[in-house]
Design a binder for this molecule. Structure first.
Ligand SMILES: [Fe+2]
Ligand SMILES: [Fe+2]
Length: 192
């Protein structure tokens, strides 16, 4: 599937506001890839498709978790906001016939992150958080950090997300904590 086809699929799958968000994520991901590397074609395709399942019903996504053995059953204990990324990667694979693991995993972990993220996963994860439509102060601070250090910016977004969710007593998926710890340890080692 080329980019033009992917954009066309997404334009139909999403509401206009979410489609505009997607275009900004693709632009932001492109800038990050130019700065930090990664497979730019795969990053852009993952960015285009990252919210493919955003408007699927809760019932459909939960049903998919129950039926698809590649999806952790623990997902059902968390909100739909988290489901769309995991289930979305399975729908992208099965409905759009995209088999590339680099693309699929960047979609799968774009909300939670995980330990040992690939470069492509980091870029899509961060681009989704800092695209210019995100105007809350934490996103602006993280966008500034993203100009200096990809890992520091990823850690900042994880810290913000964990703080935000815990303040609201919303469950936090283990991958997010594992991503947080992974970046903390890695950055500490790097700092000497
Ligand atoms: Fe998303
Ligand atoms: Fe998104």
């Amino acid at each position: 599937m080329n980019e033009k086809q992917a954009f066309e699929v997404i334009r139909h799958a999403l509401k206009p506001r979410r489609y505009e968000h997607t275009k900004r994520v693709v632009e932001e991901a492109t800038l990050l890839a130019e700065r930090y590397g990664g497979d730019i074609e795969k990053i852009r395709l993952a960015a285009i498709l990252h919210d493919y399942a955003k408007y699927r019903s809760s019932v459909e996504m939960r049903d998919k978790v129950l039926k698809d053995s590649t999806l952790p059953i623990a997902l059902l204990d968390y909100g739909d906001e988290l489901l769309h990324s995991f289930v979305g990667s399975v729908f992208v694979k099965q409905e759009l016939n995209i088999d590339d693991e680099i693309v699929l995993s960047a979609i799968r972990y774009h909300t939670t992150g995980r330990a040992s993220m690939t470069l492509e996963e980091k870029v899509v994860f961060l681009a989704d958080y800092i695209e210019p439509g995100r105007t809350f102060p934490e996103a602006i601070t993280t966008r500034e950090l993203s100009k200096q250090d990809l890992d520091v910016a990823c850690l900042e977004s994880l810290k913000n997300t964990i703080g935000y969710l815990s303040n609201k007593s919303i469950g936090i998926y283990p991958d997010t904590f594992q991503a947080y710890n992974d970046f903390v340890i890695k950055l500490k080692k790097r700092g000497g």
